[in-house]
Ligand binder design. Structure first.
Ligand code: NAP
Length: 315
């Protein structure tokens, strides 16, 4: 089978697409014939070494496809089932090895490609809006990078919960996408802090260095900053005294793994998302599809702000 393996950390050129032996599932493992793999910022961090991996390493963190083999001890998944996963390395491959406990079933009314596009960012948007800060009817919610993969999902889920949603974007084209996702007001990065000062119940910030300070200013007293990423670079150390001064604010730096570690939670989040998709209440916007061999191009485009919505690799 063909798969992408990195032998060193570095730029997009370390993503080498080559022939490898077909994997054999071990105890509790499943081999899936991959229909599509999602591209995520964490893949860039794994590739660059910002989040170092033991090398050589497979890469890619989410996907979906059809089970082609099951290892000893696997009882609740069978050959032929359509399944999806997030947070399992080795997804940039024709065949992925996934622990059975990390798989979720994909219902018949959701395609494997759409399931691959939904898992990592969808479950992240789910926990941010339902668990980290459960958005309430009438809340003012700020979503940075509102046209991005995460952004379009966060805007939609916050709207589903009855919020008034504000989004930031960098261009007119991205503004249209954030509005199409449901954003009530769309702002640019240079003036959002002043325009929204003291009004937001929660800020969902995956941009990081460029937006963090402005986001604190935009929060109302006792508001919550959910700093979930750093597309523009990491936020420097924060003096807790700032949270006092800006209004007894809450600050959290959450990550998906801690919100799907419990299998019940994993299944609930995935099944909510698939249900909303099937009912037409949630739209996962797959805007970029690349052959797997062009993973380097996908990484360059995502890092350079050239993309909107979800990027997929097709094996
Ligand atoms: N903590 C978690 O559990 C978790 C899970 C999934 C993703 N994330 C994080 O979520 C964030 C968004 O991920 P995504 O895959 O959905 O990406 P994305 O939002 O589709 O792409 C990143 C966007 O960030 C904005 N941005 C602003 N300044 C930037 C800069 N200097 N360089 C690059 N982008 C910049 C750009 O939109 P504009 O051009 O409109 O500014 C860009 O399109 C990432 O930080 C990622 O690590 C975290």
């Amino acid at each position: 089978m063909r798969a992408i393996v990195i032998a060193a950390h570095g730029g997009p050129e370390v993503l080498v697409h080559a022939e490898h032996p077909d994997p054999v599932p071990g105890d509790g493992e499943v081999v899936v014939d991959v229909a599509a793999s999602g591209v995520n910022f964490i893949d860039i961090y794994h590739r660059s070494g910002a989040y170092p991996l033991p090398l050589p390493s497979p890469i890619g963190s989410e996907g979906a496809g059809v089970v082609s083999a099951v290892g000893p001890g696997v009882t609740d998944v069978a050959v032929g089932d359509t399944v999806a996963w997030a947070g399992v390395l080795g997804s940039y491959a024709e065949k992925a090895v996934v622990p059975a406990g990390r798989l979720v079933p994909v219902p018949g009314d959701v395609s494997a490609e759409l399931a691959a596009a939904t898992m990592l960012q969808g479950m992240t948007a789910h926990y941010l809006t339902h668990s980290t800060y459960p958005v309430r009817e009438g809340d003012n919610v700020l979503v940075h990078a509102g046209a991005g993969g995460m952004g379009q999902l966060l805007v939609q889920l916050a709207k589903l919960r009855g919020a008034r949603v504000f989004a930031t974007v960098s261009s007119d084209e991205k503004e249209k996408l954030a509005r199409a996702a449901g954003a009530d007001e769309v702002l640019r990065y240079d003036d959002f802090a002043e325009a929204l000062r003291g009004r937001m119940h929660v800020v969902y910030d995956g941009v990081g260095a460029a937006t963090f300070d402005g986001g604190l200013q935009a929060l109302r007293p006792r508001g919550l900053m959910a700093l979930y990423g750093a597309a523009s670079g990491p936020v420097p150390p924060v003096d807790p005294q700032r949270l006092n001064k800006e209004g007894s604010l809450f600050l959290t730096r959450p990550t998906l793994a801690h919100y799907i570690a419990d299998r019940g939670e994993l299944l609930q989040r995935a099944s909510d998302l698939f249900g909303w998709i099937a009912e037409g209440r949630l739209r996962v916007n797959v805007s970029h599809r690349y052959p797997m061999a062009q993973a380097a191009q996908a990484h360059e485009d995502l890092a350079a702000r050239r993309t909107t919505g979800k990027l997929l690799l097709l094996p």
